[in-house]
Design a binder for this molecule. Structure first.
Ligand SMILES: [Zn+2]
Length: 454
């Protein structure tokens, strides 16, 4: 079988430990990425290399992704002699426990397939990853849109019992990204992918912030591996909106490198901070608010601008906090209670655990605030290189057709303020939302930012 064409991603896709200045030997595992026009032609060979020549397969898709690439993939795999079961959802699913149960039912009591082939983008990729992890079989993903950075990330985002959680999951063993397929996808999807990508300045800053608190240095390679590619994609923002091939190629490459940054870190931290929590909170509250959830990257884009506004207030405007400023404790309060309404019991317990862990982080709110006040200038200096990438971000997002206001994602001003206050309780990871809260400023700023980004 012929090998895949060379790619800029190849150095990261070998099964060799990568020595790194952070002192760890990263091992990302051998993976194959076919990226380019006509990459779909290589899907059967790639599946053969990843899972074996006549491996039995379960194909996961939804009606749109089946039409976009799934039917073609199924035909090619059947021709190549793979026993193939299809699981095409009758309507676009959510990445949640119900969809996962539906997939398990499709397997019946029969033997597990040798591999999963997921044809789709965010939701289908997450479901494929979660199912492949559960069955301990390899995953092959065929991308249908450049809509998020999770194709190569080591986690799957799922809603379980009403709570949005990230679970460890093996990224695809082989990933097929055909630029012709991406170009045929609705423009809104690439705009969302650009939004997910553009969280980098704040998610990176949040990771540095959390590392400062824990005393562990973040891996510098994970922190910067996607930077150049992100800059190229930002320079191509208008082309992304127009669906131009080269712009979509730059976007896809940057999204995959962003995934690799998460693999290097071993967590989603380099690409997921407070802005992602805001998006997760909007997803979780969508049903209660009778609001259709928007695409992940669309919500992340607005969350990113909110996080940037917090950073601006903290380090440009408010200046050094008073050394004894904070309140003595941090009761979650009404914002936290409101989260509970749509959760089952297990999800509630999980949320409690995360919130409790965050309350106790680094000795609690008082000691954290004192530390921030004492080390303010050093902290500002560490964050500055990351935050410098924020310049022109709102213009780039607008040029790509990505939402930059809460109204554009159907979130009213009071709900935006509520989400900004409450989202930080979803996960123990420390972010700019927590720093603003520790210093006693989040409550007032949430209203101001909801207004600013209304
Ligand atoms: Zn994301």
């Amino acid at each position: 079988m012929p090998g895949p064409p060379p790619s800029v991603l190849d150095p990261w896709l070998k099964d060799e430990p990568l020595a790194c200045p952070c002192g760890r030997a990263h091992r990302l595992g051998r993976r194959e990425v076919l990226l380019g026009r006509g990459a779909l032609d290589g899907v059967a060979d790639a599946v053969g290399r990843a899972a074996g020549p006549r491996a039995s397969l379960l194909l996961v898709a939804d009606p749109d992704t089946f039409a976009a690439a799934g039917a073609r993939v199924a035909r090619d795999l059947a021709r190549a002699g793979h026993p193939l079961r299809g699981s095409v959802f009758p309507a676009a699913p959510h990445a949640d426990d119900a969809a996962l149960s539906w997939l398990r039912e499709r397997l019946g009591g029969g033997a597990a397939p040798d591999a999963i082939v997921a044809v789709g983008s965010g939701t289908i990729n997450d479901l494929g990853k979660a199912l492949a992890a559960e069955l301990a079989v390899p995953l092959v993903t065929v991308a249908t849109a450049a809509s998020m950075n999770g194709y190569l990330s080591p986690i799957a985002a799922l809603t379980v019992g009403g709570l949005k959680v990230t679970v460890p999951a093996e990224p695809a063993r082989a990933l097929v990204v055909d630029l012709d397929v991406l170009a045929a996808a609705p423009r809104q999807l690439a705009a969302a992918g650009f939004g997910d990508l553009c969280s980098k300045p704040v998610s990176g800053a949040d990771w540095v912030l959390a590392s400062w608190l824990s005393g562990e240095a973040p891996c510098p390679v994970a922190l910067s591996v996607a930077d150049e590619a992100v800059a190229r994609a930002r320079a191509a923002a208008a082309g992304i909106a127009a669906g131009e091939g080269e712009a979509l190629a730059a976007l896809a490459e940057a999204l995959l490198l962003s995934g690799i940054s998460m693999m290097l870190a071993g967590t989603s931290a380099p690409a997921s901070g407070g802005e992602h929590l805001v998006s997760h909170y909007l997803d979780m509250s969508a049903a209660g608010w009778e609001r259709a959830p928007y695409l992940h990257g669309e919500q992340v884009a607005v969350g990113t601008l909110a996080s940037l506004s917090l950073y601006r207030r903290l380090f440009d405007a408010a200046g050094r906090p008073a050394p004894d400023a904070p309140a003595p404790d941090d009761p979650p309060g009404p914002a936290f209670d409101a989260l509970h309404a749509h959760l089952d019991e297990a999800a509630r317990a999980e949320l409690e655990r995360e919130a409790a862990a965050k309350r106790e982080l680094a000795g609690g709110r008082g000691p954290r605030a004192v530390r921030a006040a004492a080390g303010w200038d050093a902290l500002a200096e560490r964050l500055a290189p990351l935050l410098s990438a924020r310049r022109g971000l709102d213009d780039d997002l607008a040029a790509a057709g990505t939402p930059v206001r809460f109204a554009a994602i159907d979130v009213t001003r009071p709900r935006a303020a509520h989400a900004l206050r409450a989202a930080r309780h979803l996960r123990r990871r420390y972010t700019v939302l927590d720093l603003a809260s520790d210093l006693g400023w989040l409550d007032a700023w949430a209203d101001e930012i909801a207004e600013e980004l209304a």
